[in-house]
Design a protein around this ligand. Structure first.
Ligand SMILES: Nc1ncnc2c1ncn2[C@@H]1O[C@H](COP(=O)(O)OP(=O)(O)OP(=O)(O)O)[C@@H](O)[C@H]1O
Length: 899
C-alpha cells in the first residue's frame, strides 16, 4: 500500500512488529535501501525502505472521524486512528462513506437513545460524529429524495457486532418510518420483533460469540410514498444444519432447545421434556447455561415476540412440539439386529423417545421406526427394502432431525414474511444485509467455502462501489483519472462458480454414485492445476487451498459431498407428510409424482449460488452503504484492542482494499486551505500579495517540482508518496528554522544565565565581606569590653583591699587609744566610786536608823492611844449596862479607836 515514502534520518515512521503489527519509531540511519529505526519500545529495527511508512506527527490526539482525512492513508495510520478512537469509546469511524464499527463489548445506551435518533434525523452526512444512524439516515434520505432503493451491507467476523448493528439500523428506520401513536401490531413493530424470534431458532452460543447468528439474513424494508414502512421481507441464507446434531464444548445448540427445556412445568410436561442435560443433542457439550441468557425468561419473551410477528397460539404450540420432537429423536439409539447389517431400537429408553417423538409429530410410531432403520431402493422392476446397520441408522436419525429443524426454520421465516406482509405498491425499499464474514479456521469445510464465496461476491460488489465512488469524486473535482488501476477478484469467483468450477465439480461428484471425497479432490487437482487461485497442498490427498482476496484458505474435502446433498430421504418425507398434525405435514408437502420414492439429489451449493446471484441482483439495483464491523479482541471484553486481530479483519472486510483502491489513484486529498496551511512554509514568498489558495497551492507544487498531482475544484489530489515527499521538505524547512530558533534561544538562555550568575556572585561576595567585617568588629568590641571589665575588676579589688587595710588600721588605732584612755579613766573612776559608795552607805545607815525610829514612835503612839481608847470604852460601858439590852448601842473597839 502506498509507495516508499521520502524517508530521511530523523523521520518518524511506522515499522512492522511481530506482536503489535506496527510500531512507531525514529529513523536513526539509512544505508542504501536499509533503514535503521529506533522504535518507541526501545528496540532497534533494520528493515527495507519499502516496508517503512511515515507517521503523521500532527495527527489530532483523538484521531480523525474520517480516515480519508488522514495525511498518510496506510495500514498503520488506519490502525492507530481506530485504536485511539476506541480508547475514547468512539467506536464508529468513517473511511469515506464506509462506516467502521468496532465492537465495544459493553452497553453504551447514550449512543442509541431516542434523543440520539432525533439528532441524526436529517443531519448532513459528516456533520455529526460517525454513527450507524447516520448511515441509515443517508439511505433513507436518498430513498425519499431521489427515489432510489438503498441497501446497507453489514459484514464482519463472528462476534463483530453485525446483528447488533442491524438491529440498531432497523430501530432507526422504524423510528423514521414508523407511525407515531399507532396502537397494536404495526409493521415496524413486527419487523423489529422478528429479530428475537429468528435469534431463538437461528442463533447459538459459539466459541466466538454467545449469541451467534448461524444464518445469513437480508431484510428488505418497504416504504410507501410518504416514507412510512409499509411492508418487509426477510430472506435467510444457509442455516448451519449440522449444529442440530453435533456440538462441542464450549458451544451450544440453537437457543430454542434450551429455552424449551427451561419452560414452565406445564409446557415441559406436555412435551415430556426433562433437564437439557438428558438430551444427546444438547449434552455433547458441557455448556448448558450461558452467562447473560436466562433461558426461562427467553422462552416467554420468544413467545411474546411470536405473538407480535403474527404466529398464533396454535402455531406456537406446534413449533415447540416439533422442537421437542427433535430432542427426543436425538435420544433414539440403535443396537445391532439379528440379521447382517440391520439394527433395532437399543432399549426401553430409546423406545420411550421413539414413541414420544412420534406422538409429538403425530405420525405412526412403527413407520417412524421403519423410516429410521430401513431404506427402500426403487428399481425398474421392484422396490427393494434394505436394512441399515446401527451406524447408518444413527446417520438416518440425524438426517431426519436436521431436515425437520431446517424445514421448521424456513417455515418460521416464511410465516414472518406472510404475517408482516409485502406492499405490492411499494417502489422504495431499504435492504439490510447481515451476513457472515470471511472465515478461515484450522479445519474448513463446505460451509466455509460457501461463506467465503459469499464474501468474494460481496467484495467484488464492494470494490466496484468504492472504485465508482472514487471515480465520482474525481469527476466532481474535474480531474483526470484515466490511469487508476483496479484489482478485481473475478478470477476467484470464476474458480468457484463458473461452469466447470468448484461448485459444478462438486455437484458432478455428488451425482456420481461411486464418488468419494478423494476422487472429488483428485478431480479438482487435475482441473485447476494451472489456476493461480487454486493450490494443492503438499502431502495432502483431499485438501485444497483457495487463494481468496482476504488470504489463503485450505479446505478439507472430506464431508463436501454429504454436505452438498440436499435431499430428504423418501421414507422421512412420506412419514412426515402423512402426519395427522397439519403443521408437521405442511413442513413436508407432497413432492411431484416423479420424484417420490426416490432420493432425488439437489445441490446445496448450486442453490446457494442461485440465492447469491439473486441477492447480488437486488444489491446491484440499490445504492449500497457499507458497515464493516470489527471485533477488537477474542476475549469478548471491553477496552482491549488487539492490533493484529483488527488488521486481519480490516484486510478481510475489504477496508484495506478500499484504501488500496484509493492509493491507486490519489490517496491524499487536501482542501486548498488545508494544503496552504500545512505547506505554506515551503514558499512563504509565494503567499505574499495573493489571497487565492488555489493559486498558492499551484505555485507551491510547482516550486517543489512534483509531477502527476491534480488540482481539483476544491482540493489538491496527491499521488501516494507525494504527501510524504512534501512533508519531508517541510520538515527540512522547519528543521532549519528550528535550528536558528534553537541557536538564538540557546544564546539568550546562556546570556541570561551568565548575568544571573554574575549578579549572584556579587551578591554573595558582598554578603561574605559584610559577614567577615561584622565578625571582626564583634571581636574588637569584645576585646575592648574585656579590657574595661578587667580594669574595673582590678580597681574594685584594689579599693576593697585598701578599705580593708584602712579599717584595720583605724580599728587598731582605736583599740590602742581606748586602752590608754581606759587606763587613765580607771584610776579616776575608782576614787569617785569609793566616795560614792561611802556616801551611799552612810545615807543608807542614816535612813535605816530614821526608819527604825519612825516605826518605834508609831508603835508607841499606837499602844498609847489603845490604852486611852480602852479606858474611854470602859467608861462608856457602864451607862449602857443600865439600859435594856435591846436598846443598847453596839460599840466596837475599832469605832472606839476611830472616835
Ligand atoms: N454496538 C454495540 N454495543 C454494545 N455491545 C455490542 C455492540 N455490538 C455488539 N455488541 C456485543 O457483541 C456481541 C456480539 O455481537 P453480534 O451478535 O451482533 O455479533 P455478530 O457479528 O452478529 O456475530 P455472528 O456472526 O456470530 O452472529 C453482542 O452480543 C453484544 O454483547
Amino acid at each position: 500500500m502506498g509507495t516508499p515514502a521520502n524517508i530521511i534520518v530523523g523521520s518518524h515512521v511506522w515499522v512492522e512488529d511481530p506482536t503489535l503489527a506496527w510500531i512507531d519509531g525514529e529513523v536513526v540511519s539509512i544505508k542504501n535501501n536499509e533503514v535503521h529505526v529506533q522504535t518507541s519500545n526501545g528496540k532497534k529495527v533494520t528493515t527495507d525502505r519499502s516496508k517503512v511508512f511515515p507517521k503523521d506527527m500532527e495527527a489530532p490526539p483523538g484521531g480523525v472521524d474520517d480516515m480519508t482525512r488522514l495525511s498518510y492513508l496506510h495500514e498503520p495510520g488506519v490502525l492507530q486512528n481506530l485504536a485511539t478512537r476506541y480508547e475514547l469509546n468512539e467506536i464508529y469511524t468513517y473511511t469515506g462513506s464506509i462506516l467502521i464499527a468496532v465492537n465495544p463489548f459493553q452497553r453504551l445506551p447514550h449512543l442509541y437513545d431516542t434523543h440520539m435518533m432525533e439528532q441524526y434525523k436529517g443531519a448532513d452526512f459528516g456533520e455529526l460524529s460517525p454513527h450507524v444512524f447516520a448511515i441509515a439516515d443517508v439511505a433513507y434520505r436518498e430513498m425519499i429524495n431521489e427515489g432510489k432503493n438503498n441497501s446497507i451491507l453489514v459484514s464482519g467476523e463472528s462476534g463483530a457486532g453485525k446483528t447488533e448493528t442491524t438491529k440498531m439500523l432497523m430501530r432507526y428506520l422504524a423510528h423514521l418510518g414508523g407511525r407515531s401513536g399507532v396502537e397494536g401490531r404495526t409493521v415496524e413493530q413486527q419487523v423489529l420483533e422478528s429479530n428475537p424470534v429468528l435469534e431463538a431458532f437461528g442463533n447459538a452460543k459459539t466459541v466466538r460469540n454467545n449469541n451467534s447468528s448461524r444464518f445469513g439474513k437480508f431484510v428488505e424494508i418497504q416504504f410507501d410514498k410518504t416514507g412510512r414502512i409499509s411492508g418487509a421481507a426477510i430472506r435467510t441464507y444457509l442455516l448451519e444444519r449440522s449444529r442440530v446434531c453435533q456440538i462441542n464444548t464450549p458451544e451450544r445448540n440453537y437457543h430454542c432447545f434450551y429455552f424449551l427445556c427451561a419452560a414452565p412445568p406445564e409446557d415441559t410436561q406436555r412435551y415430556k421434556l426433562a433437564d437439557a442435560r438428558s438430551f444427546h443433542y444438547l449434552n455433547q457439550s458441557s455448556c448448558i447455561e450461558v452467562e447473560g441468557i436466562n433461558d426461562a425468561e427467553e422462552y416467554l419473551a420468544t413467545r411474546r415476540a411470536m405473538d407480535i410477528v403474527g404466529i398464533n397460539e396454535e402455531e406456537q404450540e406446534a413449533i415447540f412440539r416439533v422442537v421437542a420432537a427433535v430432542l427426543h429423536i436425538g435420544n433414539i439409539n440403535f443396537a445391532k439386529g439379528k440379521e447382517v447389517d440391520s439394527s433395532v431400537i437399543q432399549d426401553d429408553n430409546s423406545r420411550f423417545h421413539l414413541n414420544t417423538a412420534s406422538e409429538l409429530l403425530e405420525c405412526d410410531c412403527n413407520n417412524l421406526e421403519k423410516a429410521l432403520i430401513t431404506r427402500e431402493i426403487v428399481t425398474p422392476e421392484e422396490i427393494i427394502t434394505r436394512t441399515l446397520d446401527p451406524e447408518s441408522a444413527l446417520a438416518s436419525r440425524d438426517a431426519l432431525a436436521k431436515t425437520i429443524y431446517s424445514r421448521l426454520f424456513d417455515w418460521i421465516v416464511e410465516k414472518i414474511n406472510v404475517s408482516i406482509g409485502q406492499d405490492p405498491n411499494s417502489k422504495q425499499l431499504i435492504g439490510v444485509l447481515d451476513i457472515y464474514g470471511f472465515e478461515s479456521f484450522k479445519i474448513n469445510s463446505f460451509e466455509q467455502l460457501c461463506i467465503n464465496y459469499t464474501n468474494e461476491k460481496l467484495q467484488q460488489h464492494f470494490n466496484q462501489h468504492v472504485f465508482k465512488m472514487e471515480q465520482e469524486e474525481y469527476t466532481r473535482e474535474e480531474i483526470n483519472w484515466s490511469y487508476i488501476e483496479f484489482v478485481d477478484n473475478q478470477d476467484v469467483l470464476d474458480l468457484i462458480e463458473k461452469k466447470g468450477g468448484l461448485i459444478a465439480l462438486l455437484d458432478e461428484a455428488c451425482m456420481f454414485p461411486r464418488s468419494t471425497h478423494e476422487t472429488f479432490a483428485q478431480k479438482l487437482y487435475t482441473t485447476f492445476k494451472n489456476n493461480k487461485r487454486f493450490v494443492k497442498p503438499k502431502l495432502s490427498r483431499t485438501d485444497f487451498t483457495v487463494v481468496h482476496y482476504a488470504g489463503d484458505v485450505t479446505y478439507q474435502a472430506d464431508h463436501f459431498l454429504d454436505k452438498n446433498k440436499d435431499y430428504v430421504v423418501a421414507e422421512h418425507q412420506d412419514l412426515l407428510n402423512a402426519s395427522s398434525c397439519p403443521f408437521v405435514a405442511s413442513l413436508f408437502p407432497s413432492l411431484p409424482e416423479e420424484s417420490s420414492k426416490s432420493s432425488k439429489f439437489s445441490s446445496i451449493g448450486s442453490r446457494f449460488k442461485l440465492q447469491l446471484q439473486s441477492l447480488m441482483e437486488t444489491l446491484s439495483s440499490t445504492e449500497p452503504h457499507y458497515i464493516r464491523c470489527v471485533k477488537p479482541n477474542n476475549l469478548l471484553k471491553p477496552a482491549i484492542f488487539e492490533n493484529t486481530n483488527v488488521i486481519q479483519q480490516l484486510r478481510c472486510g475489504g477496508v484495506l482494499e478500499a484504501i488500496r483502491i484509493s492509493c491507486a489513484g490519489y490517496p491524499t486529498r487536501k482542501t486548498f486551505y488545508e494544503f496552504v496551511n500545512r505547506f505554506g512554509v515551503l514558499g512563504p514568498e509565494l503567499l505574499e500579495g495573493s489571497n487565492d489558495d488555489k493559486i498558492a497551492c499551484q505555485k507551491i507544487l510547482e516550486k517543489m517540482k512534483l509531477e502527476n498531482y491534480q488540482i481539483g475544484k476544491t482540493k489538491v489530489f496527491l499521488r501516494a508518496g507525494q504527501m510524504a515527499d512534501l512533508d519531508a521538505r517541510r520538515a527540512e524547512v522547519l528543521g532549519k528554522a528550528a535550528r536558528i530558533i534553537q541557536r538564538l534561544m540557546r544564546t539568550y538562555i546562556a546570556r541570561k544565565q551568565f548575568v544571573l550568575v554574575r549578579r549572584s556572585a556579587t551578591h554573595l561576595q558582598s554578603f561574605v565581606r559584610g559577614t567577615l567585617v561584622r565578625n571582626l568588629y564583634e571581636c574588637m568590641r569584645r576585646e575592648a569590653a574585656a579590657v574595661k571589665i578587667q580594669k574595673n575588676v582590678r580597681r574594685h579589688k584594689a579599693r576593697e583591699s585598701y578599705l580593708l587595710l584602712q579599717a584595720a588600721t583605724v580599728t587598731l588605732q582605736t583599740g590602742l587609744r581606748a586602752m590608754s584612755a581606759r587606763k587613765e579613766f580607771r584610776f579616776r573612776k575608782e576614787t569617785k566610786a569609793a566616795v560614792h559608795i561611802q556616801a551611799r552607805w552612810r545615807c543608807h545607815r542614816d535612813y535605816s536608823h530614821y526608819k527604825n525610829m519612825q516605826r518605834a514612835v508609831l508603835t508607841y503612839q499606837c499602844a498609847w492611844r489603845q490604852r486611852l481608847a480602852r479606858r474611854e470604852l470602859r467608861n462608856l460601858k457602864m451607862p449602857q449596862e443600865k439600859l435594856e439590852p435591846s436598846k443598847r448601842p453596839k460599840i466596837s473597839l475599832r469605832s472606839a479607836l476611830k472616835s
